[in-house]
Design a protein around this ligand. Structure first.
Ligand code: DHB
Length: 321
């Protein structure tokens, strides 16, 4: 049997950054370095986004930190990490050696801590192609006051991250009705793209112990359970800011899931929770996406971006008319 090789152009543009394909890892699910390299070729992905880094080492939250939930998982790792300096010295070199394009994710408890982490990244090698600003981690002490729940704070942390001297992606929270406003604030402060979205705030109660199950109480819900929320979030942000590149993330486990996000308006996607069940998931999603495009006569993945909006727009008009 003669098999046709797919002739799909998978390249995507995220602000000033051109990636060979739109499938990246999601922060927190691919380790800090080359942990996934035994299961897939990191250089074959669009980019590898590493677990969020604080300026200094951070121990994270008490156990248990993760718990399986229906079609997903709840986690409160608490941003455990080696700190930017140790990461640059120990974790980054083996990852760079794989040929991967690396996106460093950073977090802080204050604007100053974001600035400190970003400044330490200023001397990172050029393989660190962008910095993702995690303005939306749910597992800090004041969980309702995420930076990404305030346009001012979102703007401030993005502005602080300019010190890294790289393209900035702002990772936003789905736990606010004002997501499009947050995206506008991030863009206004200099973010070239927004990552939509982070985990949903959640909790599981251990009924025998009559207490929250996770060591830290609350956690972030991820996986297929949140996919429709994330797709809607991407759709809303694209509708409000059609020119702003979006990296879509939330429960992507196969090629069709990725296509949904692209049609909603994402120019790239991240695969996260699926990686815990199948460490090769990001590579599988990429291969699946290419196959889907080939079967559907899609020559360039860029054709799909935002394509769901035309139909939806007319449906909206009919409903309101
Ligand atoms: C953690 C960080 C996140 O950004 C998230 O969405 C969930 C968990 C953490 O490390 O606790």
């Amino acid at each position: 049997m003669i098999r046709r090789t797919p002739t799909v152009d998978l390249a995507t543009t995220i602000g000033s950054l051109r990636l060979p394909n739109p499938v990246c890892t999601a922060s927190g699910t691919a380790g800090h370095g080359d942990e996934l390299a035994r299961h897939l070729d990191p250089a074959g992905l669009g980019a590898v986004v590493v677990k969020s880094l604080h300026a200094g080492p951070w121990p994270g939250n008490p156990a248990p930190r993760v718990h399986a939930t229906p079609a997903g998982m709840l986690n409160s790792v608490g941003l455990q990490g080696p700190g930017v300096e140790a990461w640059l010295e120990h974790d980054l070199p083996p990852l760079v050696a794989t040929g991967a394009r690396v996106v460093a994710s950073i977090w802080g408890r204050t604007v100053e801590e974001f600035a400190a982490a970003a400044s330490l990244l200023a001397d990172a090698p050029p393989e660190v192609v962008a910095v993702e600003v995690n303005a939306s981690c749910p597992n800090l002490e004041d969980r309702r006051n995420l930076f990404a729940h305030s346009t001012t704070a979102t703007g401030e942390v993005v502005d602080a991250a300019r010190a890294a001297g790289r393209p900035l992606w702002a990772k936003l929270s789905p736990n606010t009705p004002e997501l499009p406003e947050m995206a506008g604030a991030a863009s206004g402060a200099g973010a070239e793209a927004v990552t939509v979205a982070n985990t949903l705030l959640g909790m599981v109660i251990d009924v025998e112990a009559r207490r929250p199950l996770l060591g830290a109480g609350r956690g972030g819900l991820s996986g297929p359970a949140i996919r429709p929320v994330a797709v809607r979030a991407v759709f809303d942000v694209h509708a409000a800011h059609p020119g702003l590149p979006i990296i879509g993330v939330g429960g992507i486990a196969n090629g069709e899931d990725a296509v949904q996000f692209l049609l909603a308006g994402a120019t790239a996607v991240q695969v996260g929770t699926a990686t815990f069940a199948d460490p090769a998931a990001p590579a599988r999603v990429l291969a699946d996406l290419a196959g889907w495009c080939d079967r559907h006569g899609v020559r360039e993945v860029a054709e799909l971006v935002g394509a769901a909006h035309v139909v939806q727009g007319s449906a909206d008009r009919e409903e309101s008319g």
